[in-house]
Design a protein around this ligand. Structure first.
Ligand code: HEM
Ligand SMILES: *[C@@H]1O[C@H](CO)[C@@H](O)[C@H](O)[C@H]1NC(C)=O
Length: 341
């Protein structure tokens, strides 16, 4: 009899704890708000499948869409949280929106993919799926298309009503920032140095335009015209693709897009970290991770352990999706991702 009572008590405590800590829910940001896996199971059961199909189609049309979607997600979440503010073309205030900031400028990709998904979802279940969750699901599908295994994405984000270019400043790191400055930005968003290095492995796919790094080739600083941390052979190749801006060739060719990662420019893998070890990064900020004492060991570990990075990257993406989210009654569910309701 006594034993049974003990069991019952343990069981009750267990149930109580499970209720307090839903295993798949993620508590983040202010208030007691949760994101959870399967958020649309009852209200729009096909939501995640519709996103998956659309991203898959977009990927086979242009693989660059995968990189574009992952970057959109990062740029959304680091400015005012994951609230789809990056997608707004304008807001009632009339101020310049995030899209118009120089950090986003002309280089965002994948916006039409989100439009396509949103219009399909509005047909299927009007007013239910937020643009912020669409970005979270779509970036997951982009990761899967790029070669990593499927992972569950907690949902329940709501869409913000503000988007201001000025808010991008100080939240989206620039490519010439020091590791100190970059780590500070990531820390403000709740990331460890380790997670930061893992997340930057996203630069294993997609492109960078010459304008983001050509200063490393021609006018680095007052003592070095070329960045001494740039591998000489890589520098020769890059100077060929990105001639000096004032040259006739550059004026004919324009601002070229260069793949971050050879030989697997569309595959999420750890070759990016191997490149860092050899001085083959495009961005000064990426290269700096191989030299800074706080990050260099992590870079080396990941360069030698594809398995570890392939596991840690999805986790870091899930965490990215929890930054300052709006849940519950905050925000809204937009009808179109480009405008507030
Ligand atoms: C130190 C932090 C970071 C800096 C300085 C940075 C900077 C940049 C720059 C300069 C570009 C190229 C833009 C262009 O010239 O077209 C780029 C592209 C990209 N970034 Fe980052 N980034 C950072 C972190 C991240 C993170 C955390 C992610 C994702 C988790 C990410 C994902 C991407 C992707 C996928 C692209 C390629 C986009 C495309 O091909 O359309 N970046 N980033
Ligand atoms: C130029 O860059 C190199 C390599 O990063 C550095 O050692 C040097 O101190 C820099 N010079 C100036 C004037 O900042």
């Amino acid at each position: 009899m006594k034993m049974e009572g003990g069991h019952a008590a343990v069981l009750i405590i267990f149930i109580f704890c499970s209720a307090l800590l839903p295993s798949e829910a993620t508590k983040r940001g202010s208030g007691n708000q949760y994101l959870y896996v399967g958020f649309y199971d009852k209200t729009c059961p096909l939501a995640e499948q519709i996103v998956a199909d659309a991203v898959s189609r977009a990927f086979w049309t242009n693989r660059g869409n995968a990189a574009g979607l992952i970057r959109l997600f990062f740029h959304d979440c680091f400015v005012n949280g994951c609230d789809a503010s990056i997608l707004l073309d304008s807001t009632p205030s009339g101020e310049p929106v995030e899209k118009e900031s120089p950090a986003n400028g002309f280089t965002l990709r994948g916006l039409e993919v989100i439009d396509e998904i949103k219009s399909e979802l509005e047909q299927e279940c009007p007013g239910i799926v937020s643009c912020a969750d669409i970005l979270a699901f779509a970036s997951r599908e982009a990761v899967v298309r790029s070669g990593l295994t499927h992972y569950p994405v907690p949902a329940g984000r709501r869409d913000g009503r503000s988007s201001r270019a000025v808010d991008v400043i100080g939240n989206i790191p620039g490519p010439s920032l020091t590791i100190d400055a970059i780590a500070e930005i990531f820390a403000k968003k709740g990331f460890t140095i380790e997670e930061m290095v893992v997340l930057l492995g996203a630069h294993s796919i997609g492109v960078s335009h010459c304008s983001s790094f050509d200063y490393r080739l021609y006018n680095f600083n007052s003592t070095h015209s070329q960045d001494p941390n740039l591998n000489i052979r890589h520098a020769t190749y890059l100077s060929f693709v990105c001639p000096p801006r004032e040259s006739l060739l550059a004026q004919v060719e324009g601002n070229q897009a260069v793949a971050f990662d050879h030989p697997s420019p569309n595959r999420l893998d750890n070759i990016f970290y191997v490149h860092l070890l050899h001085g083959n990064a495009l961005l000064q900020s990426d290269q700096a991770m191989a030299y800074d004492p706080r990050t260099s060991k992590i870079v080396t570990r990941l360069a030698f352990d594809l398995q570890a990075w392939s596991k840690e990257f999805p986790k870091a993406m899930i965490r990215l999706g929890t930054v300052d989210v709006l849940t519950g009654r905050k925000g809204e569910i937009r009808t179109t991702c480009r405008a507030v309701n």
